[in-house]
Structures are given as structure tokens and as C-alpha cells.
Design a protein around this ligand. Structure first.
Ligand SMILES: Nc1ncnc2c1ncn2[C@@H]1O[C@H](COP(=O)(O)OP(=O)(O)OP(=O)(O)O)[C@@H](O)[C@H]1O
Length: 246
């Protein structure tokens, strides 16, 4: 018998994604199968063009596989119609992007609460307080993005991604626009969130130091998962990437 608690948070089953037709066809993903346990932190690495963004977009329901299945818990999201998929992304998935994507005219607090405004729902006050506390933004809630440092803006984006209490959070190069020290603050925050709340995190990165914050690093090459590393260190990740010619 399968209990709900034993389900992977996220599962990809033989996912392919092709772009174009005929001679010009690009095979961005070639049959990717992977299961991510609840409460895990996974980094995705690989050379440029290996399919990392495509993996993230398919897993997050932003793009549809050409074939294969994507499951969030027991929901096969690759089969959902657009409207249901939009609702699911809003309620069960969080996103953090390299470029923060905050609304410049809104305060940090209103940016964090934006998902609720869009959904016409009320936030859980205790959870909101917890998220603001975790992200260290208590003193900054009244500031607009232009009045915050890059690291603080990214922490607002992380708070916004967490506030609906999504099962899975996707982060696409979340430290790519930050200096080393702010980047490390954000990575520590993401690590603490996974450890403290049991949410599941999937992060695409080019940086071995960032990837090593995860429990496991998955390596993509030419659209195929070629390796997985448990308990990574920056050095081992960098060595593995060097062997891939990246
Ligand atoms: N919309 C698209 N149309 C055609 N080809 C695409 C499209 N999106 C991605 N590709 C191709 O699919 C392959 C995988 O791209 P993807 O962006 O997933 O790689 P990546 O590993 O994220 O690369 P990078 O590290 O450079 O961001 C590449 O060959 C890319 O050119």
C-alpha cells in the first residue's frame, strides 16, 4: 500500500521535450526519470544547453513535455488543462528567479502578499509571520524594491515564493545576480527553509558552491541525467563538471 507520506514530492517519468521538427529538431530532454522526496533540496547542474531550464520548466508546469509524465505528489500535472495548471502553480508551487521579479511600486510586504491578492484569498497570519522572520525582513516590510539591496530583494522574492506554503519551490539561478556574500545568505536561507519547513526545493545553478548547499546534485548532459551526487561538496561538484567538459 502506498501512503501519501511515502509519495515523492515530485516525479518525472521518462520525460522528453523536443523543439522544432524534421532536421532542425532539438532534443532538449531525452527520457528523464527522477523522483524527489518531500523535504529534499536538489540542485540541477550541467553544461550550457544541457537542458536544465527545460527540466525546470517542465517540472514546474511552465512547459509541457513532448512525452512522459510530470507528477506533483499524486497529481499528473502534465495532463492538466491550462486553467487547472495555472491554479495548481499558484497554490502548490513557488518560484524564485535570478532577476527577483518584484513589482517596483509595491512595498516588500505587498510584494510578499501578491500571490494572495492574485488568488483573492487571505494569508495565514502565523505562517506569514514565520516566513517574514525566516527571511529576516521584519524591519524592511515597508520598503520598496529600489530601497533594498539585491540580497534583500531576493529574500523578498523567497518570502513571496514561500508564503502560499507550496509543496515544491523552484529556483532558477537564484544567486546569479548577487555578490558572493548576499548569495550565501540566500542559499543558507533556502537550506534553512527546507530543513525547517519540510518544503521541497529544486534549484538550477552554474555555481558548484551553490549546488553544494543541496542534499543531492543531478547532472544533465545533452538532455539526459548522467549522474547524481549525494552530500555534495563544492570541490566534488566542480570536479564532476570539469569531467563533463563544462
Ligand atoms: N524554445 C526553444 N526553441 C528551440 N530550442 C530550444 C528552446 N528552448 C531551449 N531550446 C534548446 O534546447 C536545448 C536545452 O536548452 P536549455 O535552455 O534547457 O539548456 P540549459 O542547460 O538551461 O542552458 P543554459 O545553461 O545555457 O541556460 C538547447 O539546445 C536549446 O537551444
Amino acid at each position: 500500500m502506498t501512503t501519501r507520506g511515502a509519495l515523492p514530492a515530485m516525479r518525472l517519468e521518462n520525460v522528453t521535450r523536443r523543439y522544432g521538427r524534421g532536421d532542425g529538431t532539438v532534443h532538449a530532454l531525452r527520457g528523464v526519470t527522477v523522483a524527489l522526496p518531500p523535504g529534499s533540496f536538489t540542485s540541477i547542474m550541467g553544461p550550457s544547453g544541457s537542458g536544465k531550464s527545460t527540466f525546470l520548466r517542465c517540472a514546474a508546469g511552465l512547459d509541457r513535455p513532448t512525452s512522459g509524465g510530470v507528477f506533483l505528489g499524486d497529481t499528473e500535472i502534465s495532463r492538466l488543462r491550462e486553467h487547472k495548471l495555472t491554479l495548481l502553480r499558484r497554490e502548490r508551487i513557488g518560484f524564485v528567479f535570478q532577476s527577483f521579479n518584484l513589482v517596483p511600486s509595491l512595498t516588500a510586504k505587498d510584494n510578499i502578499l501578491l500571490p494572495f491578492r492574485l488568488a483573492g484569498k487571505r494569508p495565514d497570519r502565523d505562517w506569514m509571520r514565520d516566513v517574514v522572520h525566516r527571511t529576516g525582513l521584519t524591519e524592511r516590510l515597508g520598503h520598496r524594491p529600489a530601497e533594498l539591496s539585491g540580497g534583500q530583494q531576493q529574500r523578498v522574492a523567497v518570502a513571496r515564493a514561500l508564503v502560499t506554503r507550496p509543496e515544491v519551490v523552484f529556483a532558477d539561478e537564484p544567486t546569479g545576480a548577487l555578490d558572493l556574500s548576499s548569495g550565501q545568505d540566500v542559499l543558507r536561507l533556502l537550506r534553512d527553509v527546507v530543513d525547517g519547513t519540510g518544503q521541497t526545493l529544486i534549484m538550477v545553478t552554474h555555481d558548484p558552491g551553490a549546488a553544494a548547499y543541496a542534499d543531492r546534485v543531478l547532472f544533465l548532459a545533452d538532455g539526459t541525467l548522467v549522474d547524481a551526487m549525494e552530500n555534495p561538496t563544492p570541490q566534488r561538484v566542480a570536479d564532476r563538471m570539469a569531467r563533463m567538459g563544462a
